[in-house]
Design a protein around this ligand. Structure first.
Ligand SMILES: Nc1ncnc2c1ncn2[C@@H]1O[C@H](COP(=O)(O)OP(=O)(O)O)[C@@H](O)[C@H]1O
Ligand SMILES: [Mg+2]
Length: 280
């Protein structure tokens, strides 16, 4: 049996205390059923993300980053704890949270315009058209509105995915390794783009990455996770003005601090066979 380390039900503050875009994460544990018993994916995750804050979560493969993001997205609801947006517990997906996955997941049979429009059908047509245009412009794809996904580069496809995630005017944008499959130069350009979009929209952003430099370049705070089971090891504020210079001495110092935490024994666990993290 896993013991709850705190009584999360009594620690949720009154929803009237929250400003729009506050994410409150209190996960005692999240387990998956595996062939050799339960696999404990996350434990003791306590994190409050402020409205408009840009938080990056870094951690090695299998430390539960995607699981954590899926819980905030409302795609994963079977866990012990509570995750709330503006004081209201999240019980499923909603337009108040936009999600971008590592692979763009665009509908291949729809144009850029129709991919972005997907999910907005309940709005009056004029308002809908304005919103779609706004977000296609925001991600810099105005000349590609009627192209299909197979006609786009990887970076352009991720721009469409970002526009689609933002078009419902979410309070929180959740991105799961969104630039991982892009080449190094496109990746750096997309990092600048996501900051520009965040500055324009002022949504709360939670971006998962395994790239330490990306996290320090983007985030207000870097959350470092350790494995076996996945938990928060350290939260480091970055505190540098933007745009950030990757060669700046202070940037390099912070990147090294994250690196040292990350590679500290205990953060990256040794390779083990599947199931060795079983709990009962
Ligand atoms: N649907 C699932 N069923 C069983 N195990 C899962 C499932 N999703 C994730 N896991 C396991 O939970 C752990 C965390 O996975 P994940 O959140 O994808 O990690 P990360 O994104 O950090 O690589 C891994 O050991 C993974 O194998
Ligand atoms: Mg993942």
């Amino acid at each position: 049996m896993i013991k709850l380390i705190w009584n999360y039900e009594n620690t949720m503050p009154d929803s009237s205390l929250f400003r729009s875009g506050t994410v409150d994460v209190q996960i005692a544990h999240k387990a998956f059923a595996g062939s050799q018993g339960k696999l404990l994916a996350l434990t003791n995750i306590l994190l409050t993300i402020d409205p408009g804050e840009f938080v990056c979560i870094v951690g090695g493969s299998g430390c539960g980053k995607t699981t954590l993001l899926r819980i905030i997205a409302g795609l994963e609801t079977d866990y012990a704890g509570v995750v709330a947006l503006d004081g209201t517990p999240i019980t499923g997906p909603g337009l108040d949270r936009g999600v971008v996955f590592q692979e763009h997941r665009l509908f291949s049979w729809l144009t850029v315009h129709d991919n972005v429009a997907f999910g907005l059908s309940r709005l009056p047509p004029a308002e809908r058209a304005l919103k779609i245009r706004h977000y296609i412009n925001l991600v810099g794809l105005n000349d590609f509105e009627y192209e299909y996904p197979h006609q786009l580069s990887g970076g352009m496809s991720q721009r469409v995915a970002i526009a689609r995630a933002l078009v419902g005017s979410p309070e929180v944008l959740l991105l799961d390794e969104p630039f991982a499959s892009l080449d190094a130069l496109t990746r750096m350009r997309m990092q600048q783009e996501i900051l520009r979009i965040w500055e324009a929209e002022r949504t709360t952003v939670v971006l998962v990455t395994h790239d330490i430099e990306e996290a320090v370049y983007l985030a207000d705070r870097v959350v470092i996770m350790s494995t076996q089971p996945g938990t928060i090891k350290k939260i480091l504020p970055v505190g540098l003005p933007r745009p950030r210079d990757r060669a700046d001495r202070e940037f390099v110092r912070i990147r090294k601090s994250v690196h040292d935490e990350f590679f500290d024994p205990g953060t990256i666990a040794p390779m083990v066979p599947n199931g060795s993290r079983s709990v009962s």
